[in-house]
Design a protein around this ligand. Structure first.
Ligand code: AHR
Length: 628
């Protein structure tokens, strides 16, 4: 029995405590939250990337293209093959291709497009796109196929999604202009599959050049382009802020792979793609505008993380200087103008053209991600000054305790990846934080070692949150990382929500975050606890081990000083040990417990399963705790 006496000391809860952090890792975005079904829709994955350097030895860049012709069951135009993906299979010499594919790097759709795909179809020739490990279809759902294409002669293309011989949806497009023209058709699925392919065939044969080709579900979350089941799972967390777009991808591994706002806005087919440091290219179809729109749709405060003129810390750090650095800072100022500028500003006008005339909210930005050291501090200050000069209302988040270097910082972002035990033990770590210091944002928190992705780890995160909640006068924001994982492209584990082409589900931590996010309360109250323990011994050692026990922190237990709760299973190792301590009868058990409780400071109780109970007895223990 626990009696909690409420004291009158109250701390109002902070308004944005629980939020989400999205980074495009594990192919979280294209083929995921952004439900593009065509892999390599702009054909540029088939080019050698500008920058072939990778942060980690042993990884191959992921540029496998998704495109292949009828007889090539390998990767068609790809130059590189990722580990764990279908390996490249050379085309046997005796195969005659039904369609010849060639990249055109000159006559592309526009200045931002580096490749187009020219296909010479033979009669009945076909090409395929294999999607993100399959092109999905759901019975009764409609999908919009859109493309820019051109052809010297009128050419009729039949487009279908099929698996084996089963056709799930079908449409036709007549390409009748010899300049890039926008075509679209709606495909309606007659059945369910997660493993289809998109087939483009041409019965009479012909030559067509594709500048861009996309297949997306017609119905998306609030009509704003996101996959419904994933967006709903995020909504159900009741997040109050959204940190985006990374993470390490913001910095990249070279200036050419660093993220820039300007590449992520405007018509999607005009947006340059992005080589991400998680080893694949992103279309940027989910860009700055869409992120802000999602914030508006879920009433989340946007937290925009931007590159501050340096590449990914601790990997191959490259520092931007001079005009390159100035351009980078200007890119951030442009982003802010896009978000909050009036319609008559350059970037505000583009926002209006993209369908959002009124400014979005933007009150938080983060200067870099996980950066530190003198080079960071110098760039941080430049960015801070440039932002505050034009947008004094915006709160700037730093990656380290910059206040200790005498630098101005509104919020400090601390990241915690650790074991379940660490989190459970650290539930008081913020009690002693300096109340005069900046606010603290725990931007990336997750159990990543030991009980990874399991209930035990999730409970440890919950224990940690009790400390976060108690200290929300200083810890004002917290988010899990990473958020999303396509189960076919795992680059990191664990991730809060996992999905394939048809379904998504939360790991146990998801339900902890949801529970806390949905039950915020209004005040944190001071309490005084009084604890009585009813201990139910369980039958047999098998069920006792690691499951039941009574542990006194600081108490003497079998001649040993007890330390922490996680040693429970190690300490309670044999049935007789338990019975010796607890005694053969109730009187003796009480007596023994008194001895063992003599210098207790804290109490942890884990009950066995009720069904194993062989009898109950009650022991009253006066807790000597009197704390907030
Ligand atoms: O969440 C995955 C990565 O962990 C993030 O990109 C980075 O910020 C951190 O190191």
């Amino acid at each position: 029995r626990v009696s909690i006496h409420i004291k009158d000391k109250k701390i109002p809860v902070t308004s944005h405590l629980y939020g989400i952090f999205l980074e495009d890792i594990n192919r979280a975005v294209d083929g995921g939250l952004y439900p593009e079904m065509i892999r390599n829709r702009t054909f540029e994955d088939s080019l050698l990337p500008d920058d072939c350097s990778t942060p980690d030895e042993g990884y191959a860049l992921v540029t496998s293209s998704g495109w292949r012709d009828e007889f090539n069951h390998g990767e068609g135009l790809s130059r590189w093959v990722r580990q764990n993906e279908t390996p490249y299979t050379p085309i046997p010499a005796w195969y005659q291709d039904s369609a010849l594919m060639e990249l055109d790097t000159v006559n592309t759709l526009g200045k931002n497009r580096k490749a187009a795909l020219t296909v010479v179809f033979r009669e009945e020739g076909k090409i395929y796109n294999t999607g993100f490990c399959g092109v999905p279809q759901q019975a009764g759902h409609s999908y919009k196929l859109s493309m820019f294409a051109k052809s010297e002669e009128t050419t009729v293309l039949t487009i279908c999604v099929k698996e084996g011989k089963t056709i799930y949806s079908q449409g036709q497009i007549k390409v009748d202009k010899n300049e890039y023209t926008f075509y679209e058709t709606i495909l309606i699925a007659s059945g369910d599959t997660g493993a289809g392919v998109l087939e483009i065939s041409c019965s009479k044969g012909g030559k067509v050049t594709f500048g861009y080709l996309s297949l997306m579900p017609l119905t998306t979350f609030k009509g704003h382009g996101l996959r419904i089941d994933i967006a709903e799972k995020l909504r159900d967390l009741k997040p109050s802020f959204f940190r985006f777009p990374g993470g390490c991808i913001v910095e990249g591994i070279s200036p050419s792979t660093a993220m820039r706002f300007c590449n992520t806005v405007g018509p999607v087919w005009e947006r340059p793609g992005q080589q991400l440091m998680w080893h694949y290219r992103a279309s940027n179809g989910l860009g700055f505008h869409e992120y802000l729109q999602f914030c508006e749709d879920l009433e989340m405060e946007p937290v925009y993380v931007f590159n501050c003129g340096m590449t990914c810390q601790a990997r191959n750090e490259v520092l931007m200087e001079g005009t390159e650095l100035e351009d980078m800072i200007q890119d951030t100022l442009d982003a802010i103008e896009y978000a909050v500028g009036e319609e008559n500003t350059h970037w505000g006008a583009l926002r209006a053209k993209m369908g959002h005339p009124a400014p979005f909210r933007l009150n938080y930005v983060e200067i870099g991600n996980e950066n530190h050291g003198a080079a960071y501090e110098e760039r941080y200050l430049k960015c801070y000054k440039a932002i505050k000069e034009r947008y004094p209302h915006i709160k700037c988040i730093g990656n380290t305790h910059l206040e200790q270097k005498g630098l101005p910082v509104d919020i400090v972002d601390e990241h915690y990846y650790n074991t379940a035990e660490y989190f459970a033990e650290q539930y008081r770590m913020f009690d002693s934080y300096d109340r005069k210091g900046p606010e603290i944002f725990l931007g990336e928190v997750a159990v990543v070692r030991g009980y990874v992705g399991q209930l035990y780890g999730a409970l440890a995160e919950a224990a940690f949150f009790t400390g976060v909640e108690r200290n929300q006068d200083i810890i004002t924001m917290v988010s899990y990382a990473p958020l999303l994982e396509n189960v076919n492209y795992q680059a990191w584990f664990p991730n809060l929500i996992r999905f394939n082409n048809l379904k998504s589900f939360g790991i146990p931590s998801y339900y902890v975050w949801k529970l806390f996010g949905n039950h915020r309360g209004e005040y944190v109250l001071g309490t005084k606890e009084e604890v009585s323990v009813i201990y139910r011994p369980v039958k047999g050692m098998a069920s006792l081990l690691g499951k039941a026990g009574l542990v006194f922190r600081g108490a003497t237990w079998n001649g040993k000083k007890t330390e922490i709760s996680r040693e429970l299973s190690g300490r309670v190792t044999a049935a007789d040990e338990v019975y010796t301590i607890l005694g053969p009868d109730e009187e003796q058990r009480k007596e023994n417990l008194k001895v063992h409780n003599s210098n207790s400071e804290d109490i942890f109780v884990i009950f066995g399963e009720e069904k194993d109970t062989v009898g109950t007895f009650q022991i009253e223990i006066k807790a000597d705790s009197d704390r907030e």
